[in-house]
Design a protein around this ligand. Sequence first.
Ligand code: F6R
Length: 593
Amino acid sequence: MCGIFAYAGRQTDAAGMILDGLRRLEYRGYDSWGVAIRNNGGILTEKQVGKIGSAEVSMPESNAGFGHTRWATHGGVTQCNAHPHLDCTGRLAVIHNGIVENHDELRQEVRNAGHRFHSETDTEVVVHLLEDAVAARNGDPGAVEQATREVFARLDGLNAIMVLDSHSDKLVAVKNGSPLVVGYGDGRNYIASDASALLPHTQRVTFLSDGEMVVISPDGIVARDAATGAQLQPEVLELDWNVEQAELGEHAHYLTKEIHEQPAIVRSIALSQGDTAQKLADMVRDSYGTFFIGCGTAANAALTGQYLFSRIARRHVNFAPGSEFNYLEHFLTPQSLVIALSQSGETIDVIEPLVRGKKEKGIQVAALVNVLGSTLYRLADFALLLGAGPEKCVLATKSYTAKLAVLILTAYALDGRLEEGQQLILQAADMIEEQLSDDNKARIADLTERIYEREDMFLIGRGMSYPSSLEAALKIKEVSYIHAEGFAGGELKHGVIALIEPGTPCIVFAPNDETRGGILSNAQELRARGAYVIGVSPQPSDAFDFHIPVGDAGDAGPIVNSIPAQLLAYNLALKRGTDPDKPRNLAKSVTVK
Ligand code: F6R
C-alpha cells in the first residue's frame, strides 16, 4: 500500500533523507514514487514510475519536505498520477493514502471553480480544495491548518493526508483510517506511515488516532482534534524494535532472513508469553462465543486455531476471514469475544468489522498483533504482541508461526496445561532448526529443480493440516506465480481430482496423527492419476514420489510443517526469477477495502 515519509528539521538534507525513508517503506508494495521539498518559497518535485532502486534525487538543500510511494487505485501507473500533487499556484503539495470515495462529486465542484487537473487521481481534488480554502483565509497564519481540517471533513472514506506549504516549514498531517506515526528527533521531526521507517532516526513515536491532526516543524510537534481544533497531548511510546532488526544483514533477501528467525521467535514465545496466553485463555473461557478472524496468511492461522482449540481444549471457536465477518455479525452480543490476528494491525478488512462490532454490538476484542501502536493494537481490549520483530518481506512467514505458537499456548492454557504447551513449543523451535539444516535445504533445492517449470500444483491436508495446505499454497503462488491450490484431502475426489495430469506436483501433509490413514489414501488416489506426490511427513510412504522428512511435533505440527513450503517458495522464486520480497501486485499492509 502507499507509503508516506515526511521531514521537518534544522538540518537541510531533506531530499536524501526522504528518499531513504521511502526505501524503508518499499516493502509495503508500490508502483511509482515521488518527493517534494520546500525551496526558495516554492516547491520542487520529482516523480517516477517503477521502483526506487538506486535512484538519486538531485534536489537543493531544504529543511522540509515529504515523499510518497503509490500503490495505484484511481488512475493508472503514470508519472502524472504519482504523488505529490500540486495546487494551481504551486504553493501547496499533497500526498495521500486511502481512497476519497466522493472524489467524483468534489472534482466537478473544483472544475467548476476553474481549477485544472493534471492527474486522474482522487488525491488531486484535495489539493485544489485546499488551494481555495487557504485563499479564502487571506493571509491568516493558521490558514493551512484550518483549511486542512475543513477540507478533510469533506472527504468520504478512510484517508491520511499530508500537506506541504511552500510559505512555511510546517507540515500538516491528518488521518482517519490509514496509519501515520510521528517520530520525535532532536531538532528533526518526522511522520511516516510505518514505524520501521523511523528507526534510523528515533524510537520515540506517537501513533496518530483517527480524527487527529498533527503539525510538525523543526521546533516541535503539535497535535489537535481534527474536528474541533482543540490541542491534544499525544502519547509518546518507545519502540522496542531497532534498526538492525529491520535490515538484511548477511541475508540476500528478507524472505530467507525472516524464515531463519523463526526458531528464536518461537522459542521466545514459549518462554515469555505464558502469562499473556493465560490471560487470553481466561477471556475465551469467560466469553459466550469466540471468533477468530484474519486475512490471507492470518486467516490460515486463525483457521488452524479453530482446529487447535477443538483438539487441545475441546472448545468450539468460530472462524471467518476478516472481509466476510461483517456478513456474520447478526449473532454478536456484548459477551462475544473476537480474536483478531494481524501482523501489521492495519488490515482494513479486519479493523472495519471490529470497529462496527464494538460500536453497534459492544463486543470484546482481543488481538494477536505484531506492530506496537498499530490501529488494531490500540483498538483491542487486550492486545498480545507477537514479538516477531519487523516483517519486511511481503510474504508473511515468521508472523504466521508466531501466531500459531501463541494459539497453541493459549489452547493449552485453556485446558490447564500451560507448561506442557510451553515444552511443546520449545520442541517445535528445535525442529524448525532441523528443517533449516543444510541437508534439508539441499533436499528442497533438489525438489525445486524437479518442479519449477510446472504451472499448476495442488496441496492437501486433513484436520489441522488442511489450513497448512492452504498456507503452503499461498506462499508458493504469491511469490513464484505458480498456480498452487490447497484443499482438504477428502474433498479432492469431489471435483478437483479432474485437474490432475501426469507429473502434476501434489504436496501431501501426512503427520503422525488421526489424519494419516485418510491422507495417505488420498495421496494414492493422486498417484494413480499420474501426480508427482511430495510427502511432508515424519515417515516415508509408498504413496510418496518425493519425501520431505519433518519432526513429529504433535499439536505443534502446523508450525514445523510450514517450513518446507516457505523454503520451497523461496527457491521457486529464485529459480523462476521473481522478486522474493516484493511479489507483483501485492502490498504488505492492506489498508484499503
Ligand atoms: C501472505 C500475506 C498476506 C497477509 C494479509 C494480512 O503472505 O502476507 O496474506 O497475511 O494481507 O495481513 P496482516 O497479518 O498484516 O493483517
